[in-house]
Design a protein around this ligand. Structure first.
Ligand code: TTP
Ligand code: MG
Length: 240
């Protein structure tokens, strides 16, 4: 079981099984238990690829990835995925009720837990406005939800399992600033290690530290002030 949620990439390189060229090369950094780390970088920099290694959707090609000081391969996939809330960049809902979609992976979830996680994910009010509220069907013959609404249902699905590690891949891109800051405030109460990929500099600055990726490498990692001093690319991003 993952206990603390410390994450350490040690000289990690990664090449997709079907590819020739690596998408990550010599990536090293540590995320401390309960720290909130924002990941920024241009499209194609490798942010999603970096994320996919944590729930072991893929195995690292070179180097070692540690969770709580143990190589990630020493955990079973169930142990790992039971401790990780992973919200993908394009989340998938299955055909069924919103309730079942939120409770997916935690079949014994209570009504209160479902509502609380939806509230924390800032999607409860939207659900209450739907014809059958939590029983509203999504997917085939169901209501159409926007990308941002799907993202928030997917966040609720991650939160309901009380993850030790929460990974949000651009999951707040569709939210207005006020709703996003409510969401981030609510997530703080989960006391989990949080990695959040974002294209919004304001979201990045609200994290404890920021990691700047470029071309499959870590260009810089540190606080906003540290990066301003360290990285001219970061300064250009902030000024743009
Ligand atoms: P990503 O890791 O997807 O880059 P990104 O997440 O930083 O980009 P974005 O901001 O647009 O989300 O891609 C890095 C490279 O890896 C890119 O060349 C596409 C490739 N790739 C795959 O081959 N398979 C995959 O499943 C993914 C996610 C990426
Ligand atoms: Mg991505």
């Amino acid at each position: 079981e993952v206990i603390d949620g410390k994450i350490e990439y040690e000289h990690v390189a990664f090449t997709y099984p079907t590819a020739d060229e690596p998408v990550l090369t010599d990536v090293s950094f540590t995320v401390n238990p309960r720290e909130k780390l924002a990941i920024i970088g241009a499209t194609g920099a490798g942010k999603t690829s970096l994320f996919q290694l944590i729930p072991r959707l893929y195995n690292v090609t070179k180097g070692v990835l540690y969770i709580d000081q143990k190589p990630i391969t020493s955990y079973t996939l169930d142990q790992l995925r039971g401790s990780i809330g992973y919200v993908p960049q394009s989340p998938l809902l299955f055909t069924g009720s919103i309730r079942d979609n939120i409770a997916w992976g935690k079949e014994n979830a209570t009504r209160e837990e479902i509502i609380q996680s939806a509230k924390d994910a800032q999607i409860h009010d939207t659900i209450m406005d739907l014809p059958d509220q939590y029983d509203t069907r999504v997917g085939q013959k169901g209501v159409n939800l926007s990308g941002g609404q799907k993202q928030r249902i997917s966040i609720a699905r991650a939160l309901i399992r009380r993850p030790k590690i929460l990974m949000l891949d651009d999951s707040t891109s569709a939210l207005d600033l006020a709703t996003e800051s409510e969401l981030l405030r609510a997530i703080q109460h989960y006391h989990c290690t949080t990695m959040i990929i974002t294209s919004k500099i304001s979201t990045a600055i609200s994290a404890d530290r920021i990691l700047l990726m470029n071309d499959g490498k870590v260009l810089a990692i540190g606080t906003h002030e540290e990066l301003l001093n360290q990285s001219s690319l970061y300064m250009r991003i902030v000024e743009s």
